[in-house]
Ligand binder design. Structure first.
Ligand code: UDP
Length: 363
């Protein structure tokens, strides 16, 4: 997203631009592959959401977006709960019917954790979650899922990760609070094609093999969107990452799980979630007009050399090391480091686009 949006802007500013990708295709992790007429999110589910009108208008000017609204369901030992945490979840958990009843229940659930804090701020994800929603939700819907996703105890993870999830006292299963949300009609590849229209591109091209020592011979400016530690040859040590892998299969039914995303929140199920890709782009009768479906189980593991980096691990050691790398990056002449991997930040798509739109292209 960073690279393609930057290339789009550079082209608009009259610059000549070459985008390279070491993979056999462009588009980074939003790239989709068509199977059985369904766009399969090959590198994990991507749902575009933003409250920034400029960003929303920008992407829609390239390709119109559909009305997909993310409303994942959690499966805990076969019990189903709506996400994010809202009146539907509370009534499924405790049989409460009104916001007042739900608030009273949550207050009871949080009391112990709040007393233990004694006025100080939550220091980690576990404390944050227990103070926010209390113990039932923490133990059924957060703890084991989070530990599966991050491979770390909730006490070792930063509080901000759980603040991504809204808590609502209305019957509203929309996962995001943003004003705008959707999937590009026809899939993400269309968006990437539009961004890169008129831009030179090369795939199967590894920067470290082909350009690391020679890019200054072909360009005045480099935009690097790969892992920041790799750029510097791991000279300060390796950053940790989480990686995700997918087991994808075709099911001979038009509607396998009735939702795009089902999270499996207990640790006895080895995957974190199951994605049924057609529900991102097919609604109503269209689901049944397409006779098969494609589902992916998502597995989260610790990154090892040779794997793909997906999520930065924002614990103390890694944040400090990333900061040292960022200091090195700031000293690199004519190199812009951008995106999740090059900034070592847990970015969504829209803030990346927003960032690039705000950048002044004065090359
Ligand atoms: N989370 C959870 N239970 C869920 C879904 C999410 O505890 O069923 C927590 C978990 O800690 C996760 C965080 O919320 O890391 C953010 O989830 P999100 O869905 O935003 O992650 P992403 O889609 O970026 O993988």
């Amino acid at each position: 997203m960073f690279g393609a949006t930057f290339a789009y802007k550079a082209k608009q500013a009259g610059k000549k631009c070459l985008v390279i990708d070491k993979r056999p295709h462009l588009g980074g992790n939003v790239y989709c592959e068509k199977t059985e007429g369904i766009n399969v999110h090959k590198y994990g589910a991507h749902i575009f959401h933003t409250s920034n009108k400029e960003v929303w208008d920008f992407v829609n000017s390239l390709v119109p977006f559909n009305r997909y609204t993310n409303s994942p369901v959690a499966n805990y030992h076969g019990e189903l709960y709506n996400l994010p945490f809202n009146m539907n979840t509370f009534s499924q958990l405790w049989g409460v019917r009104t916001p007042e009843e739900a608030k009273a229940k949550i207050d009871e659930q949080r009391a112990e954790a709040l007393a233990a804090l004694d006025g100080r701020e939550p220091a980690n994800l576990e404390e944050q979650a227990l103070c926010l929603v209390g113990k039932d939700i923490f133990y059924k819907l957060i703890k084991e899922y989070t530990e599966k996703q991050w491979g770390r105890d909730c006490k070792e993870l930063p509080a901000f990760i759980i603040k991504r999830l809204p808590v609502r006292f209305v019957f509203d299963n929309n996962y995001f609070n943003d004003l705008y949300q959707g999937i590009p009609i026809g899939g993400y590849n269309r968006l990437v094609e539009k961004l890169l229209e008129g831009v030179d591109t090369r795939v199967n091209c590894d920067f470290f093999v082909e350009y690391k020592d020679s890019w200054r011979e072909v360009a005045d400016q480099l935009v690097y969107t790969g892992p920041i530690d790799e750029y510097f040859g791991y000279q300060l040590g390796r950053l940790d990452w989480r990686t995700v892998t997918f087991k994808t299969r075709v099911e001979d039914t038009p509607n396998y799980q009735g939702n795009a995303v089902i999270n499996y929140t207990s640790h006895d199920v080895p995957y974190t979630r199951v994605i049924e890709h057609k529900h991102f782009e097919m609604f109503g009768q269209v689901v049944y007009d397409c006779p098969k479906t494609v589902v992916s189980e998502e597995y989260s593991t610790e990154y090892k050399p040779g794997m793909e980096q997906f999520y930065p691990v924002n614990d103390e050691r890694n944040n400090a090391l990333a900061e040292q790398y960022r200091e090195l990056a700031a000293k690199e002449n004519n190199v812009i480091f951008g995106g999740r991997l090059a900034e070592y930040k847990y970015y969504d798509m829209a803030p990346i686009i927003e960032k690039v739109l705000k950048m002044e292209i004065i090359l």
